[in-house]
Write a protein that binds this ligand. Sequence first.
Ligand code: ATP
Ligand code: MN
Ligand code: MN
Length: 301
Amino acid sequence: LKSSAKKGEHPTAESFGIKITNPDRIIYPEGNITKGALADYYAAIDPLIMVDAARRPMTLIRCPQGRSKKCFFQKHDAGTMGEHVKHVPVKEKDGEVQDYLYFDDVRGLLSCVQMGAIEFHGWGSRIDPLENPDRLVFDLDPDVGLDFAKVKEAAVRLRALLGDLGLTTFPLLSGGKGIHVVVPLDAIRDWPTVKSFAERFTRAIAQAEPQMFTANIRKVERKGRIFLDWLRNQRGATAVMPYSARAREGAPVAAPIAWEELEKYQGGNHFSITDADELLDRASSKVLAGWGQANQALPDL
Ligand code: ATP
Ligand code: MN
Ligand code: MN
């Protein structure tokens, strides 16, 4: 997909043929950041965000009046988002088939932004094969008030433990409070197998290192520890897409980083939508070469 942007300029929603209405509407009041600025960020970051966000069932967080007003999740397509937002029929637990939304390219994503979407959260599988996840995500959720240094320590520990199983992993600053450890998979095993791996692995390390990890979602159980949210790895669950903006203070984005540079970050919200140039430079530099790429089988556990 080519935009009509001139050489040396970032593409814009317009250059992809998507009209953004009310571009001056402020959607991040604390920083006077507008809907137009968000659309410009996504148009600029197109070659990076689409690597992951294309052809996955997608849940949107929409905040049509801005992030400080009512926001809501949307995963079904009511058919109101235009021709570039596609739907895929998904059989749900109760046996009913529902249309989930996805897109092939940035025109679909920008159509969602036009409809007030800020955040993009994807399934762990693509629409084809829908039943075979191509990544695991370990979502590290620290207890309130826990120092970010502890989150980094836990991520490094997780990297080592997954490395012992032969798995290459990639860290993602969530754009919020935590870190996600992403494990690309070859999309061979099915959802129950992948979920079972995530659960058994998490329970085992929470038992072995109870001072650092808990596998229990209940906040009162967290007590200075990190909840390893293995439930991100079940059919129908989503995780924030790399390079998605967050509907949080300061317009942070979920940002891929390298293990080697983890130490220098002081929070999960280091990068924001004003950093498109830096994010593009980083992605084409040696630091992030091959981020998220590894065609690996789920090990036996
Ligand atoms: P943080 O680092 O602040 O925890 P996060 O993106 O990891 O940011 P979580 O609340 O831990 O936020 O949620 C992890 C993922 O679970 C989210 O990225 C999102 O995709 C998904 N999620 C959370 N709550 C919901 C929900 N109510 N409906 C659908 N998906 C959700
Ligand atoms: Mn989290
Ligand atoms: Mn979580």
